[in-house]
Design a protein around this ligand. Structure first.
Ligand code: ZN
Ligand code: MN
Length: 481
């Protein structure tokens, strides 16, 4: 139903995803440190990233390799020469009044173009990948519309980004979210961008409904918000068909989009080649070398999990959607080879728990040995599936070993121990008879009871129950006077 509705509306969604190259130690064109989040506002800046007169940008050469790895992972074509352009605009987040970026017209050649990423709902074409510098960060008092002022922090200005631009191939908000998760997993696997850092991966979305104008949504801070913002826009555009082409701001607090500016035409940016940077040659050798050292990507890892560990494709797909989860899975498997049990917990139970609490996988407190310990108990048949799951839910929030809960679980309660004693008596009638006269034989019966419970019985309680039963039976066996 929902799918039909989406296609009837003619929804077209495209994404522009900005990814910080977090593996670099310095900014894109200067030697300011790249871990700007760790510093006081406006304390890691220099004449280059502030664009002071007389300063010249110098390209951090390592960014080329990182961007090329992304390009290879996204099946892009890579031109032999790439160059930089200036995008001119006046806004307080850019101290230079222009951003050094790449362009695909007027002689501009971005680092890569014409790629694709196969998502669960179909192929999404990648239009281009460009390298560019991040602007500074603006903060408001409350929201952008009502705030009486804007604060600006230039620590982020000049940080190396790649912008990944898709064709409008995404069919609905859920598709957009799936795409972003897969892209993030790919970036994590290549090791160029750590998606857990605040603002390291940011998406702008553009969306149009059949016949309507294209609206761009900015300032979407998380993947969850992408979903919300797009759903809001679908509803808004359905109610107000034929609106204007504009850029809207996603207000996370009120959960609405508001007009930011009626879309400037590209000419408004007066793009021209960056005169202070020469074009960069990308050799065939470099590409071949990078291809040779490309790490395993999520799709390959997923296929390997299915082949090697015999987990279902669905389970493998979920686990590899996040590198941290896939790594965790393999670590647990090394300690306790129960891939199906562990895969099920990681793909179903743990995500369910995280969703209920609005948490990320990286926020779980338990470590692989905790999960291995629990899986071993289940695999050895000492606890059943339900007990294992209930212990799992107890250890997830506190991040502790399941040991304590297993001990409680393993200790037999009195009624079940009584049943065991009855069984031991039935199987060992000879010994029971002897025990009536020789108290030392009671120890033999206790031993049988311990064996029966695989050592989980409370020794003293077992002795008490056996003694009680012996005296009861000898009383009832006595001939009636
Ligand atoms: Zn700098
Ligand atoms: Mn950009």
């Amino acid at each position: 139903m929902r799918q039909e509705l989406d296609s009837d509306l003619g929804i077209k969604i495209g994404l522009e995803v900005h990814c910080q190259i977090t593996s670099l130690r310095t900014k894109l064109f200067c030697s300011c440190p790249s871990n700007y989040r760790d510093y006081e506002p406006n304390s890691v800046i220099c004449e280059i990233c502030m664009g002071l007169p007389g300063s010249l940008p110098r390209l951090n050469a390592k960014v080329i390799e990182s961007a090329l790895k992304i390009a290879l992972a996204l099946n892009c074509e890579i031109p032999p020469v790439t160059n930089f352009f200036r995008k001119n605009y006046f806004y307080p987040d850019t101290p230079k009044n222009f951003q050094i970026t790449q362009y695909d017209k007027a002689g501009g050649v971005p680092i890569a173009h014409n790629g694709f990423l196969d998502s669960w709902q179909g192929r999404v074409r990648i239009r281009r990948i460009q390298i560019e510098e991040d602007p500074g960060k603006l903060s408001y008092d409350g929201n952008i519309v009502t705030s009486p002022y804007a604060l600006v922090d230039y620590n982020r200005a000049g940080i190396a980004l790649t912008e990944i631009v898709t064709e409008p191939d995404l069919k609905n908000p859920r598709h957009a979210r799936e795409f972003l998760f897969k892209l993030r997993s790919i970036l994590e696997h290549i090791g160029v961008s750590d998606g857990s850092l605040e603002g390291a991966i940011r998406a702008d979305a553009n969306i149009s409904l059949a016949g309507g104008k294209r609206v761009e949504i900015k300032n979407v801070s998380s993947f969850k918000e992408v979903d919300r913002a797009l759903n809001f826009e679908i509803t808004r555009q359905k109610r107000l068909p034929g609106g204007v082409m504009e850029t809207r701001h996603w207000d996370e607090v009120r959960r609405v989009t508001v007009t930011l500016r009626v879309k400037e035409e590209e000419e408004g940016y007066r793009y021209f080649p960056e005169p202070d940077l020469s074009p960069v040659t990308v050799s065939r050798d470099l590409i071949d070398r990078l291809k040779a050292i490309m790490p395993e990507l999520p799709d390959q890892r997923r296929a390997r999990f299915v082949n090697e560990f015999k987990v279902s494709d669905e389970v493998a797909k979920i686990i590899t959607s996040e590198k941290a989860m896939a790594d965790f899975f393999e670590e647990v498997i090394l300690l306790q080879y129960s891939p199906k049990i562990i895969g099920g917990w990681l793909a179903v139970d743990i995500p369910g728990y995280l969703k209920r609490r609005g948490l990320d996988f990286k926020e779980i407190g338990i470590n692989p040995s905790h999960l291995a310990e629990l899986a071993k108990e289940l695999a050895d048949g000492k606890i059943n599936d339900n007990v294992a799951k209930s212990i799992l839910m107890k250890i997830l929030p506190v991040g502790e070993s399941p040991r304590k809960y297993l001990e409680i679980e393993n200790e037999m309660d009195e009624p079940s121990l009584r049943e065991i004693v009855t069984r031991v008596f039935a199987r060992n009638s000879g010994a029971v008879e002897e025990a009536r006269h020789d108290p030392r034989v009671i120890d033999f019966l206790i031993g049988q009871g311990m064996k029966e419970t695989r050592g989980r019985a409370d020794h003293a309680l077992l002795r008490k129950l056996i003694s009680e039963k012996l005296s009861q039976e000898s009383r009832s066996n006595q001939p009636k006077p």
